[in-house]
Design a protein around this ligand. Structure first.
Ligand code: COA
Length: 165
C-alpha cells in the first residue's frame, strides 16, 4: 500500500467503531457490537486501516481454522500429508467504508492479512475466506484465491505463494 496514508493496526479503544459504514450492514454491526468481545474471548483478531487512529476506513478479522483435505482440489491435496485436515487461517470478515471504496484499500487489507498469516510462527497452509456472495468471491478470485471445487464461495490461497514483506 505504498503512498497510502493509512496505518494498519489492531482495533483499539481509540477507533470509532460506530462511524464505520460499509455496503454490508451485518459487517458494520459486527464491528460495532461484536468485534471487541470476540477479541477479548480470543476467537478473532481484528485489524483496521485508519489515517488518524480514529476513523476506520476498513477492517478484517483473522482466526485459526482448518480445512478438510478432501475439500481441496485434488491437485493441491496430493502434495499434502494424508491427515484429515490441514491448518489454515480464516479471514472471517473484510469490509471497506463506502467513502474509501475503489481506492485499492480492500486489496491492501487482504495483502496485510496474507502477510500477517505468512509471518506467523504457527504454521498454516493457506488463508481461507468464506465469501457471502458471488461478487465477494469474484473479488477474492481477482486476488488469486482458488475456490473449493464443491463450494465456490469458500476460497483459499496457499501461504507459500505469498511474498513476505
Ligand atoms: C469487497 C470490498 C472489500 C472491496 O474493497 P475496495 O477497497 O473497494 O476494493 P479495491 O479498490 O481494493 O479493489 C482492488 C481490486 O479488486 C477489484 N475488485 C473489487 N471488487 C471486485 C469484485 N466484486 N469482483 C472482481 N474484482 C473486484 C478491483 O477492480 C481492483 O482491481 P485492480 O487492483 O486490478 O485495479 C468492498 O467493496 C466492501 O467492503 N464490500 C462490502 C463487504 C464485502 O463484500 N466484503 C467481502 C467479504 S464477504
Amino acid at each position: 500500500m505504498s503512498g497510502a496514508p493509512f496505518r494498519l493496526a489492531p482495533l483499539d479503544a481509540a477507533h470509532d467503531r460506530a462511524g464505520f459504514n460499509s455496503d454490508s450492514e451485518p459487517l458494520n454491526r459486527y464491528l460495532r457490537e461484536q468485534a471487541t468481545q470476540d477479541i477479548r474471548r480470543r476467537v478473532a483478531a481484528c485489524f483496521v486501516a485508519s489515517a488518524d487512529g480514529q476513523r476506520i476506513a476498513g477492517y478484517y478479522t483473522l482466526a485459526s481454522a482448518s480445512v478438510l483435505l478432501a475439500d481441496l482440489p485434488a491437485s493441491t491435496g496430493k502434495k499434502l500429508p494424508r491427515y484429515p485436515t490441514v491448518p489454515a487461517v480464516r479471514m472471517g470478515r473484510l469490509a471497506v467504508d463506502q467513502a474509501f471504496k475503489g481506492q485499492r484499500l480492500g486489496g491492501a487489507l487482504l495483502a496485510d492479512a496474507l502477510d500477517r498469516a505468512a509471518r506467523s510462527e504457527i504454521a498454516a497452509f493457506a488463508l481461507v475466506v468464506d465469501a457471502k456472495e458471488e461478487a465477494a468471491a469474484a473479488f477474492y478470485r481477482h486476488h488469486g484465491f482458488i475456490a473449493l471445487p464443491a463450494s465456490p464461495l469458500n476460497l483459499f490461497l496457499p501461504l507459500a505463494t505469498v511474498q513476505r514483506s
